[in-house]
Design a binder for this molecule. Structure first.
Ligand SMILES: [Cu+2]
Length: 166
C-alpha cells in the first residue's frame, strides 16, 4: 500500500463531524446524538437520527457503551392512550436514502445501569456496530431535553423515569 492509500484509509475511519455534534462515516450519518441527565445506576436513554447517505442498505446490529451495563434498542408505542416500550429484536435496517429517528415517543437507545452520573454538558461514549464490521464511535451530548413547541414537557415523557424490569 502506498502512502496515498494509507492516508485515504485513515481518512475513511476517522469520525469527522459534518458540523457540531454530527458524525459522518462512509455512507452513514449520525445527527444530534444526545441523552438526558441521570443518576449513576439508573437507566439512561439515547436519542439520535441515523441517515443512510450511501447507496447500499445498512443494518444496525448492536450498540455498546462503557457507560452502561447494557445498551439495547427500544421502541415506544402508544396504544389506547397507554405508552409502552419493548426491545427491538433483530437488526434495524435502513434503506439507501432513508433515516431512522431515535426520539422521545419512538425508537430510543436504552442504557441499562449507568456506570456514572450524567450531567448536562457531559459526554457519553457509544459505539454503533453495523453489518460488514463497521463500528462508529460517537458521543451523546448530555442535554436537558427541553421540549420542542407543541411537545409534552420533559417531565411528562414516559421515558424520563420509566423503570425497567429486564
Ligand atoms: Cu426503553
Amino acid at each position: 500500500m502506498n502512502r496515498f492509500a494509507l492516508a485515504f484509509a485513515a481518512a475513511l475511519t476517522f469520525t469527522a463531524p459534518a458540523y457540531a455534534g454530527d458524525y459522518r462515516v462512509g455512507g452513514i450519518e449520525i445527527r444530534h446524538p444526545w441523552t438526558r441527565p441521570a443518576r449513576a445506576g439508573a437507566n439512561g436513554v439515547g436519542y439520535l437520527t441515523l441517515v443512510n447517505v450511501g447507496g447500499k442498505p445498512v443494518k444496525l446490529l448492536m450498540v455498546q457503551s462503557p457507560a452502561a451495563r447494557a445498551v439495547t434498542v427500544h421502541q415506544t408505542s402508544q396504544e389506547g392512550g397507554i405508552s409502552s416500550m419493548r426491545p427491538v429484536t433483530g437488526p434495524l435496517k435502513i434503506a439507501p436514502g432513508a433515516s431512522v429517528a431515535f426520539a422521545p415517543g419512538g425508537y430510543h437507545l436504552m442504557l441499562t445501569g449507568l456506570t456514572r452520573a450524567q450531567a448536562v454538558g457531559g459526554k457519553v461514549p457509544l459505539t454503533l456496530v453495523f453489518d460488514g464490521g463497521r463500528r462508529i464511535r460517537i458521543e451523546l451530548a448530555v442535554e436537558s431535553g427541553a421540549p420542542k413547541a407543541g411537545a409534552a414537557p420533559a417531565a411528562a415523557d414516559p421515558m424520563a423515569d420509566m423503570h425497567h424490569d429486564h
